[in-house]
Design a protein around this ligand. Structure first.
Ligand SMILES: [Fe+2]
Length: 273
């Protein structure tokens, strides 16, 4: 879809996210990250976290070793350590070039494909294949945490399960990030051993070929996805990537979407004088 400068474009974009979990917005200018920021702000204000708000990130050449061998990231959801994890997340690859001081023989900019996994679909598959595992992952609450940054110690106000369901069993939210997950607690209806068995089943599903969708991000193509539903990751890459993006709160995204679906109010009838 093209970025349109009216609410029909926002409506189409958000409806695709509601239906499919993600959208690609083609034609986003990439010479200036401000255009991507403006695109996100058409939805709602950008959420600020301890990492900042809108970000525009280029690997620091002082850490060129890691920039040359940027590692793969397995599928996960972001900000599992908030009581209210980010609703939407956006990535826009502004450029991908060989590192300037790389050996000419190795001067390549390759890899870095993005991975998307529909967590709702994975939950349905788990429920059909292994109802006990689904029950465990949707009922056993876990600690989630962010402690990696100096002065930061964030965890939700209560334990949350991997799969959160509504009162009628409908899927609401997936929380999955091994790096942010605390110990699996004792004293719940299922033991940590049973939880890990269930988690292994889940892991198998989200790593299966049928679950994975790999896409190559390109300058001009902004990816926006539902962080409550879609897990993301990436393959390893070489070269220097400049990526910008940000988070938007779930409630603000849904509010915006609902309002774009409303018909404009009919003009008030004019009374003859
Ligand atoms: Fe992430």
């Amino acid at each position: 879809m093209s970025k349109e400068d009216n609410d029909n474009g926002v409506k189409e974009m958000l409806t695709k996210i509601r239906n499919w979990g993600y959208v690609f917005v083609d034609g986003t200018p990439y010479d200036d990250p401000e255009a991507t920021k403006a695109l996100l702000e058409r939805i709602a204000f950008i959420r600020v976290t301890h990492y900042g708000g809108f970000y525009d990130f280029t690997p620091n050449l002082a850490m060129a070793d890691t920039a040359y061998t940027n590692l793969a990231l397995a599928a996960h959801t972001d900000t599992t350590y908030f009581s209210d994890p980010a609703g939407l997340q956006a990535f826009h690859l502004l450029s991908h070039q060989p590192a300037p001081d790389a050996n000419p023989d190795d001067a390549v900019a390759s890899g870095g494909k993005s991975l998307l996994v529909d967590g709702y679909r994975a939950a349905f598959v788990l429920k059909a294949r292994n109802p006990k595992a689904f029950h465990i992952l949707s009922t056993v609450g876990l600690q989630w945490q962010a402690n990696g940054n100096e002065g930061i110690s964030i965890s939700p106000y209560k334990l949350f399960p991997v799969i959160e369901l509504g009162d009628n069993g409908e899927l609401h939210r997936i929380r999955w990030n091994n790096d942010d997950r605390g110990a699996v607690p004792f004293g719940q209806a299922f033991s940590p051993t049973e939880w890990y068995e269930a988690a292994r089943e889940w892991d198998k599903i989200i790593r299966s070929k049928e679950a994975e969708r790999w896409v190559q991000l390109e300058p001009g193509k902004t990816l926006i996805f539902d962080n409550w539903r879609v897990l993301h990751g990436r393959s390893a890459f070489s070269g220097i990537r400049r990526i910008c993006g940000g988070y938007i709160n779930r409630d603000d995204y849904i509010s915006r979407w609902k309002n774009t679906m409303r018909r404009p109010r009919a003009p008030k009838p004019q009374l003859d004088q």
